[in-house]
Design a protein around this ligand. Sequence first.
Ligand SMILES: [Mg+2]
Length: 271
Amino acid sequence: MQQRHSRADFPIRGIISDLDGVAYRDDHPIPASVQAFQAWQEQGVPYAFVTNNSTKSAAQFAAKLSGMGIPATAAQVFNTISAVTYLLQQRWPRGTPVFAIGEQPLLEALELSGFRLTETDADVVILGFDSRLTYAKLRTAIRAALAGATVVATNPDVLTPVLDGYDPCVGILTAAVSAAVPTAVPIVVGKPDPFMIKQALGHLGTSKQETVMIGDQIKTDIVAGQAAGLRAVLLASDVPFNAVTGVVPDLVITSLLDLVATPAEETGAFR
Ligand SMILES: [Mg+2]
């Protein structure tokens, strides 16, 4: 694959990384990725994580990473829970009735942000990952959308990687609601929107030119990384239907260790 940049031009001084499929699959760490983050920690290369996953708080993701041997604090994790609550606080007043499909950390964050959870009179429907998805929840979301509620999705992913393959993700919920209510065009807050990557870049304090975005999904990670002005690195994987017309990763790697500087180098770089 042709690459747009030469190695010498762009040292790597900051890392922004996806989680699912890059750091781990489900509860199983990817060993080379653990080693890479440990190396970056030792070398003083700052890193942060951006995930479309809304099933854990930033602190819970940091604890999961730390438990796998990847040094991480909550401040380094940017997820769609905070992206959703930020959007809602920008556009709707406190007390706005909201119906959310999602797991406890998302529901708690919505309440803490001042929104009222309801199943009967929602002005906003939020679609997030929910391993306890039921027909009743889908019905409630669709009835609210039919009544004119705004639909907000945490992310567009249709598949999320787990140890033995892929599980259906939030994209199937937005597809279902859109099929039933074509006028309810969902607002999608996660990647490919570059919002979380810009947040992470602000946290790192590194320049766009010297920071990379690493992910395993082209339509979210690579598009978002490039939209934020970063070089986007694809960790090659078995993600199905992983292509977007006109979108080419700046680099394709098979291991995060491919980006780690050797002792002879000052910084990591494209090879
Ligand atoms: Mg991923």
